[in-house]
Design a protein around this ligand. Sequence first.
Ligand code: PGA
Length: 258
Amino acid sequence: MVRMQKPLVIANWKMQLAPQESEMLASAVVAEAVTVADAVEMVLCPSFTSLGVVSEVLMGTSVALGAQDVFPVSHGALTGMVGFDELRALHVSYILVGHSERRRVLGETDEEIAKKFHGAIAAGFIPVLCVGETVEEKAGGEREVVLTRQLGILADLSDDTKAAISIAYEPVWAIGTGLACSPEEAAEVHQWIRKTVVQYVSADRLCVLYGGSVDEKNAASFAGEDVIDGVLVGGASLRKEAFLAIAAAFAKVKKAVA
Ligand code: PGA
């Protein structure tokens, strides 16, 4: 398949690394990223306290910077929040929105997630909307109902937006469990997601990623599925070799055009 955009391989470091550790890992990734940079868009999402140091490391390199969240206003008197202006000043390009840990632990609603998603586009960032069903929802045959609700926020995209958009299908039961979804099942869901959102966003602006226990052993099989445009990686992205091997797997299989 001829691809309009490079596959996207995103590291989500969650709150696992102190700033010094983030700086070291980012430097190590950058030092070797050149081997795959032509073929893959690599993105590092450190915690807010590490964004500054990682931003400096990534400056002038081919590796992009992402934030794990945002409070969807530019700036203001909001204790404890980080808004778009700060992220822009640090050269952040991507923003994760609606990660299941935030939905589950912090009770983030689709309404709040919609504000982050649309706010990010309006502010010039690329949002990565995370969607996925729980194990109970899957067992109850509710996957499509849940995904339809979570993807419903795309309905408010204005017709003239030319923004790039990413959706990460992350089944909650696969995150951090070591039980990745099978690539075939993920591919089926990706097909369904593309079909569902085509009414809101054109195919060449959309990247659909898989996330949930991706590692260096299973990355090639996800990369081998045409409809999987990349991956969002948690645990394995904390290991330089594993993250680079995942990126290399996508670089090898996917053919991108500029
Ligand atoms: P995992 O996390 O790779 O550790 O399963 C993925 C994610 O939460 O984005």
